[in-house]
Design a protein around this ligand. Sequence first.
Ligand code: DAH
Length: 344
Amino acid sequence: MQQKIDQYTAEINAYRPESATDLENFRIRFLGTKGLIKDLFDEFKTVSAEEKRVLGKVLNEFKKLAEEKYTFFKEELDTHVVAEQSGADLSLPGQGFATGSRHPLSLVRKEIIEIFKKLGFIVEEGPEIEDDWHNFSALNFPEEHPARDMQDTFFVKKDATNGDIALRTHTSSVQVRMMENGKPPFRAIMPGRVYRNEAISARAHCFFHQVEGLYVDENVSFADLKQTLFYFVQELFGEGTKVRFRPSYFPFTEPSAEMDISCSICGGAGCQMCKGSGWVEILGCGMVDPNVLENCGIDASKYTGFAFGMGIERITNLKYQIKDLRLFSENDIRFLKQFKSEVI
Ligand code: DAH
């Protein structure tokens, strides 16, 4: 009897069902009412009392083994059947979640903010619908002055008390709001959307984004302006990027300048992006005109300041070599999904 049990044990240990029928045959063969285990128990009744002591335990363990084997494979087969009926293939790898990507303008905006944050600049925002005072007059644009034509404006309405109401043409309006509502020192950058009445093309759009910068305190000089912007450019475009300032004109700064950087694409050798010159203009800047300070209630004999303004689209074009402004607002997923980033 011991020999039979050993032989069956080996058989059961090696067993794997090939199908549900196969497993059912296994059950009948070992566990069925006329099965081998039943036979063994019948035989057990006939052995001597001495043998019973040893074989009793062996036989019970063998029965347990056969039952466990059967239950194990039965459960396995049942899950398989459920999976097959539902059409699911459990061997397939799981599906990852498709995550969106950040808009390139948001990425660059965030990068700019992070750089200026390190220099102690805070972030300020203002309304997109502005009155004449904040967008023009306070910024030293005299009424009827041709400088107002520099920026083709979308007028919304004429207000009895506030005059023209318009979509802001630049973020410089936020400077005014900040200075009117606080006390120096001011050290802030002001990102936001601006609007101009331009025909839409690869190089111009009726709305775009700017970051304005303002630093007002006692003894702020043009040297501070240059050093701040120099640091910014090294951080954003990499060390070794050259800068140059060209004299310019803005009603709200005196003196005014435009800043060029050595072309980040050709390194200054000359290419399509810099039109062969090796330089690209990235922002306007200058010392805040004393008239602007006074218009905002700040004592211009005590305080001086610098300001600058740049287009986020322009910086993004340079960083990613994008040649058509329209791509930023068309929401083409093939364009947008290229800008995967670690920055959240
Ligand atoms: N507001 C100007 C524009 O939209 C940009 C600018 C130039 C802003 C010089 C400034 C500045 O603060 O100092 O073209």
